[in-house]
Design a protein around this ligand. Structure first.
Ligand code: ATP
Length: 450
């Protein structure tokens, strides 16, 4: 097993760059602090994370619908939601080293985490985290707009549109995946905290009084989602917020946390928001956002339970948790070797299969390409590689987490079978080409983290 240390994080970051998961953004210009670009494999990984979430939250259920709202919205929304007045971090400055820090991130009150200076920190000041810009050519206060700091408000402001168009009634949810922006003071830990990131949020609207039951339900569902997609349960924990940590509108919040090499940190929060948001937007817009229950002949403002996750944090969790360096001993020579492998769930892995011709002749490349085509046509992603020794080709796929490598050899041509080599066990089996699509689908369904 790979050791858990800060140094481990460096090795993961270096793998991400080398193999095209994540690049430093604007690299040719020297990079831009804490901005990242996802490379070919990272783009697939992130897409798979989003699909897994969307399937669990929207398409796999009857009671949740999707939404894709705008990033730039009416500024009055942020006034009503409380973000203009209250979406701020309390910051302290160090008079000695001039560093600026979040007060709630200080390890010791009054002590600078950078230079260790005592008693030289300023009083905390509020710093609003929303990015400001102007809509249209005039740059004055009346044209100021904000990049959304969360996707949730686009859901609340469309509540009535969705109820009327999709004929939903509580309990039901509206889910959204999209970019959010926060001018974080101390971004860091790779893609864990950045200023531009993607969220996966769902607002679940319920009749008042059902808050606790749905809150417990969603905590359980969201914790199970990470485990279902391969994250080791012992690396996850649920942390209930203390009363003094809660936002003023919230009566309860529980975080799903993961034990990263840099410590336990939040992946997602499940919060009880009461009817705060719909009340605020009803009052500020003058529009009635209540729901009329036909059966009970009752009108009420629904309450909300919200699971809010980060797509980048989830992708990073799957990566970190999948990463392993295994010591292998060669049976014949007794030589030790280290195999770097990503034990991704097959639905999270950037590529599901890789197809190799054993040698670059005797019709094997053509056959391998044909098999790749069959898999791709069946919706199974497949990478073709004919370069280098077969063992090295396996290792290259292990390093990016491809669950199955298929090797085309002489028997493929004469008998119509291929070798399937399993990433986790390294076991090899033969399978008729005719059964390959079904075999891979079965393996995807039955996969379990060792
Ligand atoms: P934190 O305490 O880490 O700043 P938060 O409690 O403010 O996070 P929420 O407002 O609850 O976060 O946002 C929901 C989710 O969005 C978080 O759990 C996280 O996964 C993601 N998220 C929030 N801020 C960032 C960020 N700066 N970079 C990446 N992901 C983020």
């Amino acid at each position: 097993m790979a050791s858990k240390s800060p140094d481990l994080m460096e090795r993961i970051v270096s793998l991400c760059k080398r193999r095209g998961f994540v690049f430093q953004s604007s690299e040719i210009y020297g990079g831009f602090n804490s901005c990242y670009d996802y490379g070919p494999l990272g783009a697939e990984l992130k897409r798979n994370v989003k699909n897994a979430w969307w399937q669990a939250m929207v398409t796999g259920r009857e009671d949740i619908v999707g939404l894709d709202s705008a990033i730039i919205q009416h500024p009055a929304i942020w006034q009503a939601s409380g973000h203009l007045a209250g979406f701020a971090d309390l910051l302290v400055d160090c008079r000695v080293c001039k560093g600026r820090f979040r007060e709630d991130h200080l390890e010791q009150k009054g002590v600078c985490p950078n230079c260790g200076g005592k008693g030289d920190l300023t009083e905390a000041r509020a710093f609003n985290l929303m990015f400001k810009t102007f809509a249209g050519p005039v740059e004055d206060a009346s044209h100021t707009v904000y990049l959304r700091p969360e996707t949730a408000q686009g859901i609340f402001t469309n509540f009535v549109n969705v109820v009327n168009s999709a004929r939903m009634k509580p309990p039901f949810g509206i889910a959204q995946i999209g970019k959010s922006f926060r001018n974080e003071i101390t971004p860091g830990n790779f893609v864990f905290r950045t200023r531009e990131f993607e969220q996966m949020e769902m607002e679940f609207f319920i009749p008042p009084g059902e808050d606790d039951q749905w809150y417990e339900y969603w905590i359980k569902q969201r914790h199970e989602w990470y485990v279902r997609f391969g994250v080791r349960a012992e690396k996850l924990r649920l942390r209930k917020h203390d009363d003094d940590e809660l936002a003023h509108y919230s009566t309860g919040c529980t975080d799903v946390e993961y034990e990263f090499p840099f410590g336990w940190s939040e992946l997602e929060g499940i919060a009880k928001r009461g009817c705060f948001d719909l009340t605020q937007h009803s009052e500020a817009s003058g529009k009635d956002l209540s729901f009329f229950d036909e059966a009970k002949k009752e009108r009420y403002l629904p309450h909300v339970v919200e699971p809010a996750a980060g797509c980048d944090r989830a992708a990073m969790t799957f990566l970190v948790d999948a990463y392993d360096e295994e010591k292998l001993v060669d049976q014949k020579s007794g030589k030790e070797d280290v195999r770097t492998v990503l034990h991704f769930h097959p639905q999270i892995a950037p590529t599901t299969t890789a197809v190799f011709p054993l040698v670059k002749k005797e019709g094997m490349p053509e056959k391998a390409k044909e098999i790749q085509g069959i898999l791709q046509a069946a919706g199974i992603s497949s990478f073709y590689d004919q370069k280098g020794a077969i063992g090295r080709r396996y290792r290259r796929q292990d390093e990016v987490g491809t669950p199955w490598c298929l090797t085309v050899d002489g028997d493929t041509l004469s008998e119509g079978t291929v070798t399937i080599r399993d990433r986790d066990s390294m076991k090899q089996d033969r399978c008729p080409v005719a059964d390959l699509v079904e075999e891979i689908r079965t393996r995807v369904r039955n996969w379990k983290r060792e």
